[in-house]
Design a protein around this ligand. Structure first.
Ligand code: HEM
Length: 228
């Protein structure tokens, strides 16, 4: 499945891809910097203690999340039509990295000590997001096993867009950093949660638009056949 539909012009298709790249950039850079800190043997501070004393989950999380978000873009680009074999091979990589991102995210939520403005609300939201992401990915595999390729595409799109909540969180945190006097556990939880909720809504809007354009196309075909 691509983000392209009969209602999308090539320009809007490339624009959506451009947005996906933009959303990947900051989490990828942030992850890269954290990896450099871990591998360079930086001093332990209150801010990085959980990552430096138990680095495996965060290293696996950053690597799998970067692969999921960056390589995942290819699966939604028009390039994916070039070869079904390549699409399938990249699909395995994206799927396993998505599972890796969700599981390591869940592991860190459960076992890393809380830091700064972490709260019960954020803890619960992270658990829910980790479970939903895993569920979307399982549904995608289930659909493929049932040879329901449309459903497979819908579930993968949901999983990918939800995962990219990490990119949207960069945007939802802009007011958080501008109005620093309002920085507290509640506003941090809202900014984090909003990134995932906005993306879930965007995924459903994209899917309902695709559904409408598909129904419209089917109705046109029926009308043409009826008039023959
Ligand atoms: C593909 C999507 C994702 C990307 C790109 C991503 C990216 C990142 C990055 C770069 C970090 C390191 C932050 C730092 O250095 O301070 C991080 C940490 C973390 N992520 Fe993700 N992540 C993704 C998905 C998830 C999911 C689905 C969950 C929830 C289950 C999650 C939970 C966490 C947790 C708990 C941490 C540690 C935060 C802390 O203790 O400060 N992530 N993520």
């Amino acid at each position: 499945m691509t983000l392209s539909s009969s209602t999308q012009t090539p320009i809007s298709r490339w624009f959506v891809l451009f947005l996906m790249v933009v959303l990947c950039v900051v989490p990828t850079i942030a992850g890269g910097m954290r990896l450099m800190q871990i591998f360079s043997g930086a001093d332990i501070t209150e801010e990085n203690a959980r990552f430096l004393t138990a680095p495996i989950p965060i290293v696996l999380h950053i690597l799998s999340s970067i692969i999921f978000s960056v390589i995942g873009i290819l699966q939604f680009s028009p390039l994916r039509h070039c070869s079904i074999k390549v699409h399938r091979m990249i699909g395995y990589i994206v799927w396993f990295s998505g599972v890796g991102s969700a599981f390591t995210g869940l592991w860190m939520t459960l076992f890393y000590p809380w830091y700064g403005l972490d709260s019960v609300g954020l803890y619960v939201i992270r658990l829910i997001v980790g479970v939903i992401l895993s569920w979307f990915l399982c549904q995608a595999v289930w659909s493929i096993l049932n040879r329901d390729f449309r459903a497979h595409g819908r579930w993968m799109l949901r999983a990918y867009v939800l995962g990219m909540g990490a990119g949207t969180q960069v945007l939802t945190h802009i007011p958080f950093f501008i109005f620093s006097e309002y920085q507290n556990e509640l506003t941090r939880t809202i900014c984090m949660g909003a990134g995932w909720v906005i993306n879930l809504m965007v995924a459903e809007i994209i899917l309902s638009k695709k559904q409408k354009s598909l129904s419209g196309a089917l109705n046109n075909v029926r009308r043409i056949n009826f008039n023959k």
